[in-house]
Design a protein around this ligand. Structure first.
Ligand code: B4P
Length: 192
């Protein structure tokens, strides 16, 4: 099994690149952001609670997202690899993921970390807010809170995997194709 984490701040291109990577490599895509938005669209209590936190730029509680990932792993016993997008976002989530994968006798092969400047992140997210239904993208102060949450709680997740020598940094500014090429190169050299 080839499992990878696509890591980076909000707006760094995780969702954009995930779509291309699953099309090329056939990974099972697990995006906690998409799972939470689906819960909201289905009108569940969990979705309503998550939406109110997401609209403030805050992270959803660890127990909620870890539970969603546990269910998704159980529902997909026969895939040849998972692409985790937007998860883990805290050290507690990273530790839970490591244990869940260990139960399946597998592990994270690589963490591909997209690096994008703060001004570019803000520009991209405000731009997406003009055309999408993402209510967390319309207001610059909410975008600022998301970036602060990332700096305060999520950036440390890279240190967790650096200790295991699993992190590769990828420049996340440039065309979508250029960045896809750099990500693919890292995957290809590990799959040979
Ligand atoms: P997510 O859904 O994960 O979204 P995101 O991090 O904000 O954006 P992403 O990185 O995927 O966007 P992309 O760059 O592709 O999270 C939303 C919220 O859900 C969080 O704030 C949190 O509240 C909650 N949540 C999710 N997971 C959680 C967890 N594990 N724990 C707790 N809470 C959790 O796209 C951005 C824009 O950039 C797009 O418009 C795209 O077209 C553009 N773009 C992409 N690449 C580009 C490029 N190379 N050049 C120019 N523009 C580009």
């Amino acid at each position: 099994m080839f499992n990878l984490i696509l890591f980076g701040p909000p707006g760094s291109g995780k969702g954009t690149q995930s779509e291309k990577l699953i099309a090329r490599y056939g990974f099972k895509h697990l995006s906690t952001g998409d799972l939470l938005r689906n819960e909201f669209r289905n009108g569940t209590a969990l979705g309503l609670e998550a939406k109110s936190l997401m609209d403030q730029g805050k992270l959803v509680p660890d127990a909620v997202v870890i539970g969603m990932i546990r269910t998704a792993l159980e529902q997909n016993p026969d895939v040849n690899g998972f692409l985790f997008d937007g998860f883990p976002r805290t050290n507690a989530q990273a530790e839970a993921l490591d244990s869940l994968l260990a139960e399946k006798n597998t592990t994270i092969r690589v963490v591909l970390a997209l690096q994008v400047s703060k001004s570019e992140l803000i520009k991209r997210l405000l731009n997406r807010g003009l055309t999408s239904d993402r209510t967390d993208d319309v207001n610059e102060s909410v975008i600022g809170s998301r970036i602060e949450e990332y700096e305060r709680k999520t950036a440390a997740v890279a240190d967790h995997y650096k200790k295991l020598d699993k992190v590769v940094y990828i420049p996340g500014e440039g065309t979508v194709e250029e960045i896809f090429g750099a990500l693919s190169k890292e995957i290809d050299r590990r799959q040979m």
